[in-house]
Design a protein around this ligand. Structure first.
Ligand SMILES: Cc1ncc(COP(=O)(O)O)c(C=O)c1O
Length: 554
């Protein structure tokens, strides 16, 4: 045990040394994308480090050759295991040749960008009168945004001019200079919307929620200029992001340990950084790694002094919006109890979207919410409103609560009305209908995509559906082609995802109809042929997928 401990400590020291090195930093971002950037703060690199990037890329290719062989062995083993023991979650690995091509494509893009930068002046604001000052902006970030991201910039940040419901109206724009600038054409396009977190379809400009919010606006105006109402065990805040970023610091301080999932949202990561607590990151949804982190932390205690941690907090999300995965809550609760840690659960994407009654991940697993120490969620997704909440056994004073103004009354009304509908307290079964419809759409869409042969990530019950296209250029091609067919979807690439895992993220809603989903699926199918997206090596079931069978949706 003692020898093991010494070896463990030495390994940690060794890892710390390596992570100070720039090359390790690049490997980190290439391997983990978002997570890599998060753990290192921001992209701090300089162009002079470009050769290191290329070196790291090739090292990664070698690494992938090894892991590809390992995956093959695992897949074989999985085939021989009984189906029952397998998870409903799927993270099929990238085919080897695609991994090589993705890296190569990225190298070429970086190289072309580098040449471009040498010969052409960028069409961006220049910093003047800065003699003696360090540049305000980081050079690698600038380089990446100008010469890599700009090529597909038209696919992101598209202005909309309607409610983000089942359909959304995009403001058309064109670029005459390869993405440096955009001009509006004064036309609009109505698209099927697969890009918003409108899980239960409450983003509506008319109907019960809108009517009651308008009434409240007339009665109370837009702002309440500070007064707030405090419930005993829950508090609401005006912004979801701030709910995490500003409240975690009041729960944690130096000497506390946080064990955080590598795919956690930026608002959680910011909050943890601000808190001054020590953060250990565990591999996404990997319970073995979580246990190892907890065990090691308890054995060694605080870094330096070896004293016991003041407290240990596990921080996870209900549904991960980039991965489409669902937290392994029952196992986490077991570990939490075993190691006497606290649990902070961010339900931004799971409240309303999961569970028979739309009550989130606890409802989904049939777990008593009181087993979770702190439940956090936002109102921007399933409730079609704005703001966030924290609920726990006892409310306490939080920074955002003490110093920020209270939520706007019509916004609060939208939450109250939609929550009443979800809970069935409006005297109708509209809430139940919406949760069922979302579950039905999710299963149907995911199964049809599996049948087409594309690789999708995540849990089969998750309404967030990432479809892997890998190559940066394919993200642009898919988003643009879908837009020409009046389908709005979101592309996600490096650094928001690992370099090799460029994807299109579809967010399903209870507001979508089967006809709309079929229309989208038919275009995905033809794109899968024209762009070669049928990467999956899973056996495809040719039987037609039923849209609805009562038992299944239940
Ligand atoms: C997991 C998670 N937590 C918090 C937030 C922040 O919420 P909001 O956008 O409502 O500020 C988000 C935003 O998408 C999120 O995904």
């Amino acid at each position: 045990m003692a020898t093991q401990a010494i070896i463990g400590r030495r390994l940690n020291e060794h890892e710390e040394k390596i992570s100070r090195n720039g090359l390790a930093f690049y490997e980190d971002i290439l391997a983990n994308g978002h997570a890599g950037l998060q753990s290192n703060g921001r992209v701090q690199a300089h162009l002079s480090l470009l050769p290191l990037v290329f070196h790291a890329v090739f090292k990664r290719i070698l690494h992938n050759v090894k892991s590809f062989a390992a995956d093959k062995r695992i897949e074989k083993k999985a085939e021989t295991e009984p189906v029952k023991s397998r998870s409903k979650e799927s993270f099929e690995r990238i085919p080897f040749i695609t991994a090589v091509l993705t890296h190569l494509g990225f190298c070429i893009l970086m190289f072309l960008g580098f040449i471009n930068q040498l010969f052409f002046t960028p069409k961006v604001a220049q910093e003047y009168n800065r003699e003696g000052y360090a540049p305000l902006y980081e050079s690698f970030e600038e380089f990446y945004l100008r010469y890599v991201y700009r090529r597909v910039r038209d696919c992101w940040n598209r202005p909309i001019c309607s409610v983000p419901g089942a359909t959304v109206t995009l403001k058309d724009r064109i670029t005459k200079d390869y993405g440096w600038t955009f001009q509006f054409t004064r036309t609009t396009s109505e698209c099927i919307n697969l890009g918003s977190y409108n899980y239960l379809g409450f983003a509506e400009a008319n109907g019960k929620c809108a009517d009651q919010s308008i009434e409240t606006l007339k009665k109370f105006g837009c702002a309440s200029c500070s007064p707030r109402l405090e419930l005993e065990d829950a508090i609401v805040f005006g912004m979801g992001f701030a709910t995490n970023a500003l409240n975690l610091p009041s729960l944690l301080s130096k000497g506390c340990l946080v064990v955080s999932d590598e795919k956690n949202h930026a608002s959680l990561i910011l909050g943890l950084r601000l808190s001054g607590a020590t953060v250990k990151v565990f591999k996404h949804n990997n319970m073995k790694h979580l246990e190892k982190c907890l065990k090691t932390a308890i054995v060694f205690g605080q870094t330096g002094s070896g004293e016991p941690w003041k407290k240990i907090l596990i921080v996870v999300e209900g549904v991960y919006s980039m991965e489409g995965s669902i937290v392994h809550l029952p196992e986490i609760l077991q570990l939490k109890k075993k190691y006497k840690a606290y649990l902070y659960l961010d339900e931004a994407h799971s409240t309303g979207a999961l569970g028979k009654n739309g009550r989130g991940v606890c409802d989904y697993y049939k777990i008593d919410p009181r087993e979770i120490d702190i439940l956090m969620g936002t109102f921007t997704k399933s409730f079609g409103s704005a703001g966030g909440y924290i609920a726990g056994t006892k409310a306490r004073n939080f920074h955002a609560h003490t110093y920020a103004a209270a939520m706007s009354p019509p916004i609060a009304q939208q939450i109250i009305t939609s929550m009443k509908i979800i809970a069935g307290e409006d005297g109708t079964d509209e809430g139940k209908r919406r949760t069922k419809q979302l579950a039905r759409n999710t299963r149907y869409f995911r199964r049809r995509l599996n049948q087409i042969g594309v690789i999708i990530y995540g849990n089969e019950d998750s309404p967030v559906v990432p479809m892997l296209v890998y190559l940066f250029s394919k993200i642009g091609a898919v988003v643009r082609t879908l837009t020409t067919h009046n389908i709005a979807a979101v592309g996600v690439g490096f650094p928001a995802t690992p370099l090799m895992e460029g994807r299109i993220r579809f967010c399903l809603s209870a507001a979508h109809t089967k006809q709309q989903l079929d229309y989208v699926l038919s275009h995905i199918e033809s794109l899968a042929d024209s762009l070669g997206l049928r990467y999956s090596r899973k056996i495809r079931d040719p039987t037609p997928i039923e849209y609805y069978s009562d038992g299944e949706a239940e």
